[in-house]
Design a protein around this ligand. Structure first.
Ligand code: HMG
Ligand code: MG
Length: 307
C-alpha cells in the first residue's frame, strides 16, 4: 500500500455538521467555532450554506456568519450554493468559494433540491459561471455516489454523467459523496478506477460519512489510489436532512490521528483541533461520536451529559 506525503483535509462541520442539528446553534457560537477552526492549520472550511432557510433552518444565519467571522489569510472559506438566489447571498457575504451540489440518483436529487437531475444542470451552470466571473473558485459535489437512500445502488454511469457535467461547467474540484455512509473499500476502488481514467486524481476529493463504520477504511483505499483531498467534520457531526439514515461525517479528529500516525502531513494542530471539538460539543449539548473525543475522555467529561 502507498500513500502521499501530504493531504488536504477540508473541514465541513460548520455546514454538513450543523445543517443536521435540531437545536439552533447561536450565531455567536458558530462564529466563535469557525474562528477557532481557522487557527488550527486547516486551509479550507465550509462555513455555511446559502440554501433556502426554510429547508435548512439551522443555517438560516448564513450571511451574518460569513460576514462576521475573522478571515485568516491562507484559509479558504467555502459555502454551499444551490441557485442564483443563493449566489446573490454568497456574494453579498463575500464567500471565497462556492460549492454547487447535486446527486447521481434522481430521487435524492429531487428530495434534496426539488428538481430533476436534468433541471438542475442549467441552474448550477449559472452559479458556476457567475461565481467564476466574480473571481470565486467553484467546487462541485456529487452525492449518492455509493448508494441512494431511496433507490439503493447507483450505477457508475449515473455518477460519470453528473461528474462530466459538473467539470464541464467549470468546477475546479469534485467531491464524491457517500451521502448515507454505505460505501465499502472494494466499491471505492471500483468507482475510483472508473473516474480516475477520466479525471486527474488532484481534481477529485472524497466525502465519506461514517454511518456504518467504513469511512476510514475507504479513506485508505482512496489514499492508495492517489486521492489527496478529504472532507471531514470535526467530532463526526453531520448528515443530510434529506437523506434518511445519513449520520455523521468521517470525523476530522479521527482522520487527523490516523494521518499523523502514518506520517502524512496535513498542517493541522491536533490540540487546537480537539479544543475546537470540545467547544462545539458543549454547544451541541451531547457527546459527539468521534473516537478521539471519546478516547481523550472529552466525550463524557466536558459536557457533563455522560458518555
Ligand atoms: P425551491 O423551494 O424549489 O426554490 O428550493 P424556488 O426556486 O421554487 O423558490 C421558493 C422560495 O425559496 C422563494 O421564496 C425563493 O426566493 C426562496 P418566496 O418567493 O416563496 O418567498 N429561495 C431561497 N431563499 C434563500 N436562499 C436560496 C433560495 N432559493 C430559493 N438559495 C432549493 C430549491 C435548492 C433552494 C431548496 O431545495 C434547498 O434549499 N435545498 C437545500 C437542501 C440542502 O441544503 N440539503 C443538504 C445539503 S446537500 C448534502 O448534505 C450532501 C453533501 O454533504 C455531500 C454528500 O454527503 O453526499 C453536500
Ligand atoms: Mg455530506
Amino acid at each position: 500500500m502507498k500513500w502521499p506525503g501530504a493531504v488536504t483535509i477540508k473541514e465541513v462541520g460548520p455546514r454538513d455538521g450543523l445543517q443536521n442539528e435540531t437545536t439552533f446553534i447561536a450565531t455567536e457560537d458558530k462564529i466563535a467555532w469557525i474562528n477557532q477552526l481557522s487557527r488550527t492549520g486547516l486551509t479550507s472550511i465550509e462555513i455555511t450554506s446559502f440554501v433556502n432557510p426554510k429547508w435548512i433552518p439551522a443555517l438560516a444565519d448564513a450571511v451574518e456568519v460569513a460576514k462576521r467571522i475573522e478571515r485568516v489569510p491562507g484559509v479558504t472559506y467555502a459555502a454551499l450554493v444551490p441557485n442564483r438566489k443563493g449566489l446573490e447571498r454568497a456574494l453579498e457575504a463575500d464567500i471565497d468559494e462556492t460549492a454547487v451540489f447535486m446527486s447521481a440518483s434522481e430521487t435524492h436529487n429531487r428530495k434534496n433540491i426539488n428538481k430533476s437531475i436534468d433541471e438542475t444542470f442549467p441552474v448550477l451552470r449559472e452559479v458556476a459561471e457567475d461565481s467564476l466571473a466574480a473571481g470565486k473558485s467553484v467546487r462541485g459535489y456529487v452525492s449518492t455516489v455509493f448508494g441512494c437512500p431511496y433507490e439503493g445502488p447507483v450505477a457508475i454511469d449515473a455518477v460519470v454523467r453528473v461528474a462530466d457535467a459538473l467539470f464541464e461547467m467549470g468546477v475546479g474540484e469534485l467531491s464524491l459523496g457517500d451521502t448515507i455512509g454505505v460505501a465499502t473499500p472494494k466499491q471505492v476502488a471500483e468507482v475510483l478506477d472508473v473516474l480516475l481514467k477520466r479525471f486527474p486524481a488532484e481534481k477529485l476529493a472524497m466525502h465519506f460519512h461514517d454511518t456504518r463504520g467504513t469511512a476510514m477504511a475507504n479513506v485508505l483505499v482512496a489514499l492508495d489510489m492517489g486521492i489527496t483531498v478529504f472532507d471531514a467534520s470535526l467530532g463526526g457531526l453531520g448528515g443530510c436532512p434529506y437523506a434518511p439514515g445519513a449520520s455523521g461525517n468521517l470525523a476530522t479528529d479521527d482522520l487527523l490521528y490516523m494521518l499523523d500516525g502514518m506520517g502524512v502531513k496535513t498542517g493541522i494542530d491536533r490540540d487546537r483541533l480537539l479544543a475546537a471539538a470540545r467547544f462545539i460539543q458543549e454547544k451541541v449539548g451531547r457527546p459527539l461520536p468521534s473516537h478521539n473525543l471519546q478516547a481523550t475522555g472529552v466525550g463524557s467529561c466536558a459536557t457533563g451529559t455522560g458518555a
